[in-house]
Design a protein around this ligand. Structure first.
Ligand code: HDD
Length: 711
């Protein structure tokens, strides 16, 4: 796998810039300060006054302009997905997709399409923490030669509701309660669970929301799903149903809840920092685009309706065909101009991509354009640089707030003879909606095929590993534990009895509910291994390891360790009591990356304790370093120690795993992600063992240990 291209490290940027954006960039480098009208300014620290102790004068145009602009600097945040982080990149298909679609950007691998991606949380406001339990948005704008195509996706393949008309109710219920604006960025409150127990169609989505998917380790380690069913249409006019997938080449990995909560305080920017740093270092995130394609004649082949957005198409039934790859290789220049002002819309399609009658999608097609009008202040938001297509724009739309184009023609209507009917619609190459035959009575109804709300929820539950199930149960205990109304808590127990009796019993244990009397479940015994994160890609690349060391460390061990990690694309940081330099037994100096005030185990994927008597003796007497390893152990992270370093583990609260000691001197000892060796100078096997443990991400077997360490 070529995920972390060593060759890329240190290289700042790729050459796939969106030329369109280039012309709007300004560096303000080595320039004179001016007003917005180009007048040079002599002093910007003192307002114009009548006497140096006198009142400020109305005629101070510079003061007025500066303050007025500042007073108007904020725009409304997105009503959902307010907190987000974006990056530029490019996309290429692996092979021509012409059999399925006439979309030009999917026509040939030689076509390199610039993209802009914005990842987001849904519920929290713009200043909320990154690691909250929530769905993550994964919106991609492809700047294609035929116009912008937006794939506005989430990291969960299904949705809360089936019909867009319920979206305002659903969002109102999960957002902070209106009387006191509490809680922020959390689903653990009465209003949301009240909505849940009254909305059976939400059952399946709640299981996903309470699963590890909702606390990703990184934006780089999430899948993306278009959720809705779309159509691909080829040049011959043949249409097929399609679901879109993004698959990260680093696999799908999550935090644990205790870690996510602590990160929200210690580093609320954890995900955006991770993405920014990865791109800055040349560790470009890569996602493969996959499609599940369904022939129209197979529309009714499944025991769920393929237009129902609360259902996914199990990959075991409809395989995901991997068709191309997106690489994110450039951070933004300006957060507001790009990430904040970017406007996505599922209705931004190109020829060859069309809609289905999924009632959620149909409603989305209205909402996104509507919301940009208020958020970006008018109908000309397509002229903001980040939203401009690379394809030329010609139409008779004119005027409105913030119009930038100077339309020089006197003709602003069609048909016309003064300009020979230009701009003229093109019946051959212009977008043609798929001519689907529809008929029916006007009704406010849901089709009976949308009525089974539990079978796929059981399928999902069946597909979870033991650890994943345990996490879901604990998430129920936390989220429903935040509900004050006892009746709602009991109704949650009863609701999930429809999915699985054992699940309901386990929920009841933690929320003070009565376990269901009647056995529940749906009778579904099938599972979909593809949805379990246990079966994802597991590689060590781009992981971050904390090295605990103090003065008197063993320099050979640490240097060899750092080299071995670097070779596989793992980054290392040295954590010590204070910033500055630490000195090895042999006098070698190393720069400390962070001290215990600024770092915590929660910011790393793994911990390594290097040898050196003096260093380890200091670590053993330091509560911070003991807490560091205890906490990493509790969060199921890989822990490695060599020679004297093993003594820190012995002094810690870690129990129940085998650690190198007198009976296994010189041998590599590995159990449940704890990798140790003592009395050895050949650390090659240790380094390799540690890398393997890092690749595993977490060692959930530790959850079964009777005695877990406090942290
Ligand atoms: Fe939505 C934003 C994804 C259903 C209405 N949505 C928004 C964003 C993402 C999604 C990723 C953030 C885009 C950005 O970064 O700017 N939304 C989804 C997915 C859905 C979904 C995958 C289920 C298939 N959304 C959905 C429905 C409605 C909306 C049913 C309303 C009928 N969504 C919006 C919105 C937002 C939005 C209000 C808020 C900000 C924006 O559009 O630009 O229009």
């Amino acid at each position: 796998m070529d995920t972390v291209q060593k060759k890329n490290r240190g290289k700042v940027q790729d050459d796939t810039k969106n030329e369109q954006l280039e012309i709007f960039r300004s560096d303000h480098n080595n320039e004179k300060l001016t007003t917005n009208h180009g007048l040079q300014i002599s002093n910007t620290d003192d307002s114009l006054k009548a006497g140096s102790r006198g009142p400020t004068l109305m005629e101070d145009f510079h003061f007025r302009e500066k303050l007025t602009h500042f007073d108007h600097e904020r725009i409304p945040e997105r009503v959902v997905h307010a907190r987000g982080f974006g990056a530029h990149g490019y996309f290429q298909v692996y092979e021509p997709m012409t059999e399925y679609t006439k979309a030009k950007f999917l026509e040939h691998p030689s076509v390199k399409t610039p993209v802009f991606v914005r990842f987001s949380t849904v519920v929290g406001s713009k200043g909320s923490a990154d690691t909250v339990r929530d769905v993550r948005g994964f919106a991609t704008k492809f700047y294609t030669s035929e116009g912008n195509y937006d794939l506005v996706a989430n990291n969960i393949p299904i949705f809360f509701i089936q019909d867009a008309i319920k979206f305002p109710d659903m969002v109102h219920s999960i957002k902070p309660e209106p009387h006191n604006d509490i809680p922020q960025a959390s689903a653990a409150h009465d209003n949301f669970w009240d909505f849940i127990v009254n909305t059976p169609e939400i059952t399946h989505m709640i299981l996903w929301l309470l699963s590890d998917r909702a606390i990703p380790r990184s934006f780089r380690m999430m899948e993306g799903f278009g959720v809705n069913t779309f159509r691909l249409v080829n040049a011959q006019g043949k249409a097929r149903f399609v679901k879109f997938h993004w698959k990260p080449l680093l696999g799908v990995h999550s935090l644990v809840w205790d870690e996510a909560q602590k990160l929200a305080g210690k580093d609320p920017d954890f995900h955006r920092r991770d993405l920014w740093d990865a791109i800055s270092m040349g560790n470009y995130p890569e996602f493969e685009l996959g499609v599940q394609i369904l022939e129209e004649e197979n529309e009714f082949k499944f025991n769920f309706d393929i237009l129902d957005p609360t259902k996914f198409w199990p990959e075991e039934l409809v395989p995901v065909k991997i068709i191309g790859k997106m690489t994110l290789n450039r951070n933004v220049d300006n957060f507001f101009a790009e990430t904040e002002q970017v406007a996505f819309h599922p209705g931004h399609v190109v020829p060859g991509i069309d809609f289905s009658n999924d009632p959620l999608l149909q409603g989305r097609l209205f909402s996104y354009l509507d919301t940009q009008l208020i958020r970006l202040g008018g109908p000309n938001f397509h002229e903001i640089p980040i939203n401009r297509p690379v394809a030329p724009v010609h139409n008779n739309q004119r005027d409105g707030y913030h119009r930038m184009t100077i339309d020089r023609s006197r003709v602003n209507y069609f048909p016309n003879s003064l300009q020979k009917n230009s701009p003229i619609p093109d019946p051959q190459n212009g977008y043609i909606h798929y001519a689907e035959k529809v008929e029916g009575k006007k009704v406010r109804e849901r089709n009976p095929s949308f009525k089974d709300h539990y079978s796929q929820a059981t399928l999902f539950w069946n597909s979870m590993s033991e650890a994943e199930r345990q996490h879901i149960i604990e998430a129920f205990h936390f989220e429903v534990g935040g509900v004050t109304n006892k009746e709602i808590r009991q109704r949650v127990v009863d609701m999930f009895n429809n999915v699985n009796s054992q699940l309901a019993i386990e929920i009841a244990k933690g929320v003070g509910g009565t376990p269901p009397i009647t056995p529940g479940g749906t009778g579904v015994t099938a599972s979909s291994p593809a949805v379990s994160q246990e079966n994802t890609i597991k590689v060590p690349q781009t992981r971050k390891v904390a090295i605990l060391a103090e003065n008197g460390f063993n320099c050979t061990e640490i240097v060899k360790f750092m080299e071995a990690m670097e070779d596989v694309g793992i980054t290392t940081e040295i954590i010590s009591t204070s910033l500055g330099q630490i000195t090895s037994v042999s006098g070698m100096e190393l720069e400390v990356s962070k001290h215990y005030h600024s770092a915590g185990s929660i910011m790393y994927d793994a911990v390594y304790i290097t040898g050196g008597r003096q260093s380890v003796d200091s670590l053993i007497t330091n509560g911070d370093s003991l807490h560091f390893v205890n906490e990493a152990f509790k969060h199921a992270k890989p822990i490695g120690a060599t020679n004297e370093g093993v003594d820190l583990l012995k002094a810690s609260a870690i129990q129940g795993v085998k650690i190198a000691g007198t009976d296994n001197q010189g041998q590599l000892t590995t159990e449940l992600g704890v990798v140790t060796i003592q009395n050895s100078t050949d650390l090659t096997s240790f380094n390799q063992g540690f890398i393997n443990a890092v690749a595993q991400h977490r060692h959930w077997g530790r959850q079964n240990l009777k005695k877990m360490v406090p942290a």
